[in-house]
Design a protein around this ligand. Structure first.
Ligand code: ZN
Ligand code: ZN
Length: 373
């Protein structure tokens, strides 16, 4: 198995410094992060989350310190960001929560914890730091991670290109006569052959199953006349792909052509709306307006998009209520859909990177309705 971050160089020292500065600016005594993509972002270290505590402590002053089980310490020291932090081992039978509390400082008033830190660990830490108030570090770390640098955008672009290639292979082979499960397995294979290290999800939703946005592929056989929603992705060099195309098996009905056209227009309108300074809510509205006006508002019942990076869903979200402005470096999906219960569904999804030069799609597979023979 290759290390998640091995083939892309990242500046962990800079990330840790920005996290420390953000913590200090927010008046936090410390940010405590357990095994998660937050930890990968800050150190490149990706241990399994376990009952034995692994926790990185980032403070405004002084180096970040990672408390790890002693038997994990050799592995932790190999992480690409390990030279930027102090790594402290603890032996079975010892109390690592006491160690973390000592590093945070017994007089701490406010401590933020990563959102994936297990409740079992958080509850023990709260007991050790009885005078501190605990809060989520989600917004602080989410804002840092949402602003991708050129290396990260490049990694996402390579993942996007590989997903495009996997889709190309799939439609060349054809879908008719295969079960959803068989098509899903082929998609996963194509993702890996195109360079992904993992294929994490492969939604194949044919005919009426397409009306369920997160349909689990089953034994339904794909036949002429079906509309098929294909939504898939995985990880390449630690960064995620996630794309959706909807194809028609044989000549589509006028209604399918019309609905697909509405979704494609909505997707384009949202793409046109994502500029630095626009809000996530405005981008969502741009897509939703097109679908509302066409009379399908009730059939588009999810947000327009989600940020993507080390996690497949992260900040920023293109959703009603998100009034934070988008900034250069943000990378997110744009994925409107129309779902007609008992009949069919259509969704089109690209990953988009916002740069100082404007928005850039990281998926280039054709967005027109593809008709497969
Ligand atoms: Zn998707
Ligand atoms: Zn998505």
């Amino acid at each position: 198995m290759t290390n998640a971050a091995a083939s892309t160089e990242h500046d962990y020292g800079d990330r840790l410094a920005r996290a420390g500065a953000a913590a200090a600016a927010a008046g936090l005594d410390a940010v405590v992060v357990g095994p998660s993509q937050d930890l990968v972002y800050l150190t490149g270290y990706q241990p399994l989350p376990l009952e034995r505590l692994t926790a990185l402590v980032v403070r405004g002053e002084g180096p970040a310190v990672m408390v790890v089980p002693e038997l994990e310490r050799p592995g932790a020291l190999l992480a690409p960001g390990a030279q930027r932090i102090e790594v402290v081992g603890w032996l079975d039978g010892a109390d690592p929560y006491h160690d973390v509390a000592r590093i945070v400082g017994p007089a701490a008033h406010r401590v933020a914890v990563g959102e994936q830190l297990w409740a079992s660990h958080l509850l023990r830490l709260e007991r050790e730091l009885a005078d501190a108030e605990f809060e989520t570090a989600g917004p602080l770390l989410g804002a840092l991670r949402a602003r991708k640098d050129a290396g990260e955008i490049d990694a996402l672009a390579r993942a996007g290109a590989a997903a495009d290639a996997a889709f190309g292979r799939l439609v060349t082979d054809g879908l008719e006569g295969k079960t959803e499960r068989e098509v899903a397995a082929a998609l996963a294979r194509h993702l890996l052959e195109a360079g992904h290290q993992t294929a994490d999800f492969t939604i194949v939703a044919s005919g009426p199953n397409g009306a369920s946005p997160h349909h689990e592929p089953g034994d339904r056989r794909i036949v002429a006349g079906d509309v098929v929603v294909l939504d898939f992705g995985g990880k390449l060099d630690g960064y995620c792909s996630d794309m959706t195309r909807t194809v028609s098996i044989g000549e589509p009905s006028e209604e399918v052509v019309a609905v697909h056209g509405i979704v494609r227009d909505a997707q384009q309108r949202a793409f046109d709306a994502v500029t630095p300074g626009a809000t996530g809510e405005e981008a969502d509205r741009a897509a939703r307006d097109v679908i509302d006006r066409a009379g399908f508002g009730d059939a588009f019942f999810h947000r327009t998009g989600h940020g993507i990076g080390l996690d497949v869903h992260e900040e920023p979200y293109l959703v009603a209520g998100n009034q934070r402005p988008l900034v250069a470096g943000n990378c997110f999906s744009i994925e409107p859909g129309i779902y007609l219960e008992g009949r069919f569904g259509v969704r089109i999804e690209d990953i988009v990177a916002l740069t100082d030069q404007g928005a850039r799609r990281l998926n280039e597979a054709p967005r027109d309705l593809l008709v497969l023979g």
